[in-house]
Design a protein around this ligand. Structure first.
Ligand SMILES: Cc1cc2nc3c(=O)[nH]c(=O)nc-3n(C[C@H](O)[C@H](O)[C@H](O)COP(=O)(O)OP(=O)(O)OC[C@H]3O[C@@H](n4cnc5c(N)ncnc54)[C@H](O)[C@@H]3O)c2cc1C
Length: 484
C-alpha cells in the first residue's frame, strides 16, 4: 500500500481507537476529542504532505517490495545521498510543526528500520525473532502506520541501593506467562508520547536505563503490538489544547502530541510480534549494537535544527517589533541562538559526511556528532526559552486574547499596543506565539521534553563518555611528554 493520506489515517484511528483516558473519562472518539483532535489533524497534514505534487518526490521513495511510493523516513539508507534525502524529508515534517512535535512518525520509522536492518542481532536470542522484526518493519512501512513507544518503568524509588523496580514484577512491566499464542505481559510503562494518536506501540530496552544483573529477567524484552490490543490502556496527562484559537494558543491548538502512562493488564503479545525475550545482555546492548540511536539521532537533530530555526526567526521578529534589536546585549542573545543553530546543523552535516556502512550493510550516520548535538540541545533549548523571556519581558504578559482585540477595549488596545514597526494586532499575535513557546503549559512541556525525552543530561554525558575513543588524544599528550 502506498504512503497514506491524512484522511486514511483518521479513518483508521476512528475505526480502531486505543483505550484512552483523559480528564476522568474514557475517550470515545480520539479524532473528535477537543483535547486531541487538533494533534490528530496535524499528523494527518504531515501524512498529506506525502501526496503534495510539489513535495512527493522529496517525501517518498519506491518500496523495495511493492514498488509503491512509501514514506521516505522508512528508507534503509545505503549511501550518504540516502541519508541526505531522508534528512530533507524529515526537515519538511519538522518545519511544518515548528519542531514542536518531536514524535512525528519519522522518529519511530527510523528506529524500526534500524532494528530490522540488524535483524541478525535479534536472531541471536531466538532464530525466529529475525523474521519477526523484519516482517514488523515491512508491515509498518507498507501500511504507513503511526507508532508510539515506551521504554521505561515508572519512577518509584531511585535511591542508590534500592531494590531495582525490575524486581517488582507486580509494578514493572513484566512477562508473567508464556503460552502457545505468545507472551502475556502485565504492569505499567512510561512515557508514551503520541500514544492516543498512534496505531502501534513498540517496547524495547534503552541504554540509558540498563536492566540490572545478567540472569534471565521477566522485564527483558522487545515487542510491538497494536495500540487497541485488549487490556492495554493509556492514561493521558491534561491536554494543553484547550480549544482556543490559533491566535490565542498558536502552538497548543495545533501540536498537542500528548503523553500517556501505559497500563498493560495481562496483555497478549503474539509470538510473531516478539523481537527479544529474557536475555538481559542482548537487551542492554541492543541500542548500540543495532545503531538505532544513530538513526533516531539523525531524526532528533534534524528536528532540533528546525526548532532552532523557528526560535531564531521568532526572536528576530520580537526584537524588530520592539526596536530592541540595536542593543548589543540583545544582539548577543540572538547570536547565541545563531550559534545553537549552526553548531546543531554542523553536527548533523558532519554525521552525514562521516557516515559509514555498518556491519548490517546500512549507511550509518556518525554517532559522536549526533550524540554531542543531542547532549548540547538538553542545555540549548531551556536557554533559548530563557532568551525569549529576556527579550520579551512584559510583552509576554501584556497579552490580550483574540476576543479582547474585538472587545470593549479594542480601541485602547489598538492605540496603545502598536509599536513603531507593528500594528497592535500583529504585535499581540507575535507575542502570543512567543508566550506559547516559552511561558504557556505547552511551552513548559517543550522544555521538559527536550531535557528528558532521550534520558537526562547525566546519563547522556555518561553515554557520550563511553562512546568516545579517548586514546588518540591521550597518545598525543604522552608523545609530547616523552619529548626531551
Ligand atoms: C515530555 C516527555 C516525553 C517523554 N516521552 C517518552 C516516550 O515517548 N517514550 C519513552 O519511552 N519515554 C519518554 N519519556 C521518558 C524519558 O525517557 C525519561 O523521562 C528519561 O529517560 C528520564 O527517566 P525518568 O523520568 O525515569 O527519570 P530518572 O531516571 O528518575 O531521573 C530523574 C533525575 O534523577 C537523576 N537520577 C535518578 N536516578 C538516577 C540514576 N540511577 N542515574 C543517574 N541519574 C539518576 C537524573 O539525573 C535526573 O535528573 C518522556 C519524558 C518526558 C519528560
Amino acid at each position: 500500500m502506498p504512503a497514506r493520506t491524512g484522511a486514511e489515517y483518521i479513518k483508521a484511528l476512528k475505526e480502531n481507537p486505543p483505550e484512552v483516558y483523559l480528564n476522568g473519562k474514557k475517550v470515545e472518539d480520539i479524532t473528535n476529542h477537543p483535547g486531541l483532535r487538533n494533534g490528530v489533524q496535524t499528523i494527518a497534514i504531515l501524512l498529506d504532505m506525502q501526496h503534495d505534487a510539489k513535495l512527493r518526490d522529496e517525501m517518498t521513495y519506491e518500496s523495495p517490495t511493492t514498488g509503491d511510493r512509501v514514506g521516505l523516513s522508512f528508507i534503509t539508507p545505503r549511501t550518504i545521498e540516502d541519508l541526505e534525502r531522508r534528512r530533507v524529508m524529515m526537515h519538511h515534517w519538522a518545519k511544518a510543526n515548528c519542531g514542536m512535535m518531536g514524535r512525528s512518525p519519522d522518529f519511530m520509522n527510523v528506529n524500526m528500520m534500524a532494528m530490522a536492518a540488524a535483524s541478525d542481532y535479534f536472531a541471536q536470542n531466538r532464530p525466529e525473532f529475525k523474521k519477526n522484526i523484519e516482517n514488523y518493519y515491512e508491515h509498518v512501512r507498507e501500511n504507513d502506520l503511526v507508532l508510539t513507544h515506551t521504554l521505561l518503568n515508572l519512577q518509584r524509588n531511585r535511591a542508590a541501593g534500592a531494590t531495582p523496580l525490575e524486581d517488582r514484577t507486580d509494578v514493572a512491566l513484566s512477562v508473567v506467562k508464556e503460552t502457545d499464542a505468545g507472551i502475556i505481559v502485565h504492569g505499567a510503562r512510561v512515557l508514551a508520547t503520541l500514544a492516543p494518536l498512534s496505531e502501534e506501540i513498540a517496547l524495547y530496552p534503552t541504554t540509558s536505563h540498563m536492566l540490572p544483573g545478567d540472569a534471565p529477567s521477566p522485564t527483558s524484552f522487545a515487542f510491538a503490538i497494536p495500540c487497541n490490543t485488549p487490556g492495554l490502556k493509556f492514561q493521558c496527562r491534561e491536554s494543553f489544547d484547550s480549544e482556543r484559537t490559533h491566535f490565542d494558543h498558536p502552538l497548543a491548538s495545533r501540536f498537542e502530541e500528548m503523553d500517556a502512562v501505559a497500563f498493560f493488564d495481562n496483555v497478549l503479545v503474539p509470538w510473531e510480534r516478539v523481537f527479544l525475550l529474557g536475555d538481559v545482555a542482548l537487551c542492554n546492548n541492543m541500542q548500540l549494537a543495532t545503531h538505532r540511536h544513530c538513526h533516531s539521532g539523525h531524526q532528533v537533530v534534524t528536528k532540533n535544527v528546525a526548532k532552532c530555526e523557528f526560535v531564531l526567526g521568532l526572536a528576530n521578529l520580537m526584537t524588530q517589533t520592539l526596536g530592541s534589536n540595536t542593543q548589543p546585549q540583545v544582539q548577543g542573545m540572538i547570536a547565541e541562538i545563531i550559534e545553537n543553530l549552526e553548531v546543531t546543523r554542523s553536527c548533523l552535516r558532519a554525521a552525514e559526511v562521516d557516515a559509514k556502512i555498518d556491519e548490517w550493510g546500512v549507511m550509518c550516520p556518525a554517532e559522536l556528532p549526533l550524540q554531542v548535538a543531542r547532549n548540547m540541545f538538553i542545555r540549548m533549548y531551556p536557554r533559548m526559552g530563557e532568551i525569549l523571556h529576556l527579550l520579551g519581558s512584559s510583552s509576554l504578559m501584556a497579552l490580550p486574547t483574540e476576543a479582547d482585540m474585538e472587545g470593549p477595549l479594542a480601541e485602547d488596545l489598538n492605540r496603545y499596543l502598536e509599536t513603531e514597526t507593528a500594528s497592535a494586532r500583529d504585535r499581540v499575535k507575535l507575542f502570543r506565539l512567543a508566550w506559547d513557546v516559552s511561558c504557556s503549559a505547552f511551552g513548559a512541556r517543550q522544555i521538559l521534553y527536550e531535557r528528558f525525552f532521550q534520558a537526562d543530561s547525566v546519563r547522556n554525558a555518561i553515554i557520550l563518555y563511553n562512546m568516545a575513543d579517548l586514546e588518540p588524544t591521550s597518545a598525543t599528550v604522552r608523545e609530547f611528554l616523552s619529548q626531551e
